[in-house]
Ligand binder design. Structure first.
Ligand code: GLY
Length: 358
């Protein structure tokens, strides 16, 4: 494994660097450092969001077989992209307001510092793999919409209908309940016909959900990806943080990687993943870096409609970070969220994210 710059990770001179890099915006590191599981881990590691246990194991196996971390994480998240039961990613993802599934994804390769991404891509089940093609086969970083789809088809990705019955029914229920002023009858007003099953009752599924996966191999080389169907029922053309390099995902092979899930608009406006990697460079542990980004997002959430009665953000964002030496962590704005990890101690498992607000 590459030698780790201990001075950097132990934070020698970190406070001064923090002020210089962020114009004085860097939150002060706590005087007494709280320990988090993952701080002390060293060596190869894969981390992911809570929905990424299988992704971690697959990426780990691929790395063990010699795959590049960037290719390994893309293969890992491919399992979830193909899973119709995960309504936040790929096939089975919740559609936009027109009932069309539009996907976003990005990937970054540490050793070359090259990124690839696609946004608003339709009818292609594996956007992270298309993003990897953008990374490996073009001089570009981000392809969108029709151009991204054409590029995928040119590279042999099949065109498929991604809207499952379950997701279409959820969208129809959302549409019927979206406004009292349109001509759709709300679920409780609809005309019931004898012998005909009405749409499922209960909460209409809604998600900002996403999968992030980052990996470091035994050489200290990193790769990361984030892939999503984005905000449910979004305005067509809306792009979240996932395909934005530095927002939904970022890798600096000299430092580490980071990724985000949750409300993309908040992450974009704070360049969340880029900031987390810079915080690690300044000496924060991965968990501290994630928490510092989330506190920044909290403090920059100015709109009153985005805050609850206790003045906390009324949305959630989770951040995940992995350092070059194998230390890792995850944190969330509002508690009760897990992240996934596959480390040198055994098969992938869930760990609780540190939380800014309980
Ligand atoms: N984080 C996913 C999105 O906001 O689209």
């Amino acid at each position: 494994m590459n030698t780790i710059d201990r001075r950097r990770f132990l934070g020698v001179g970190a406070v001064g660097a923090g002020v210089a890099l962020t114009g004085g915006l860097a939150p002060a590191r706590p005087a007494r450092r709280e320990a988090h599981e993952g701080d002390g881990h060293r060596g190869p590691c894969v981390i992911s969001s809570g929905n990424g246990v299988r992704a971690c194991d697959r990426a780990w196996e691929r790395m063990q077989a010699g795959a590049d971390p960037a290719a390994a994480v893309v293969e890992g998240v491919g399992i979830v992209e193909a899973d119709e039961n995960d309504m936040s990613v790929g096939y089975g993802g919740l559609p936009n307001e027109l009932g069309v599934v539009q996907l976003d994804a990005s990937v970054m390769h540490g050793p070359s510092h090259k990124a690839g991404a696609v946004a608003c891509i339709e009818n292609i089940k594996h956007p992270a793999a298309v993003a990897l093609k953008v990374l490996t086969d073009t001089d570009h970083v981000l392809l969108v919409g029709e151009g991204a789809k054409r590029f995928a088809i040119q590279h042999g990705f099949p065109e498929e209908n991604l809207l499952t019955e379950k997701a279409r029914n959820a969208w129809l229920r959302w549409k019927r309940n979206a406004s009292p002023e349109d001509d759709w009858l709300d679920s409780d007003q609809g005309i019931e016909l004898k012998g005909q099953q009405q749409g499922a009752a209960g909460e209409i599924p809604f998600t900002y959900g996403t999968i992030h996966c980052g990996a470091v191999d035994g050489d200290g080389d990193l790769g990361a990806t984030t892939t999503t169907s984005g905000l449910s029922y979004k305005i067509p053309g809306r792009v979240g943080d996932s395909p934005i390099i530095g927002a939904g995902m970022y890798v600096d092979n000299e430092v580490g990687s980071a990724g985000a899930t949750g409300r993309g608009e908040a992450v974009i406006q704070s360049c969340g993943s880029f900031m987390a990697v810079r915080f690690m460079e300044q000496g924060m542990t991965p968990t501290e870096a994630c928490l510092a980004v989330l506190r920044h997002i909290d403090s920059r959430t100015k709109r009153k409609d985005l805050r609850d009665a206790q003045n906390r953000p009324n949305f959630n964002v989770a951040m995940y970070a992995l350092r070059k030496d194998g230390a890792y962590g995850g944190a969330v704005l509002r508690g009760g969220v897990n992240f996934s990890v596959r480390d040198t101690t055994g098969p992938a498992r869930h760990l609780k994210c540190a939380a800014v607000h309980a």
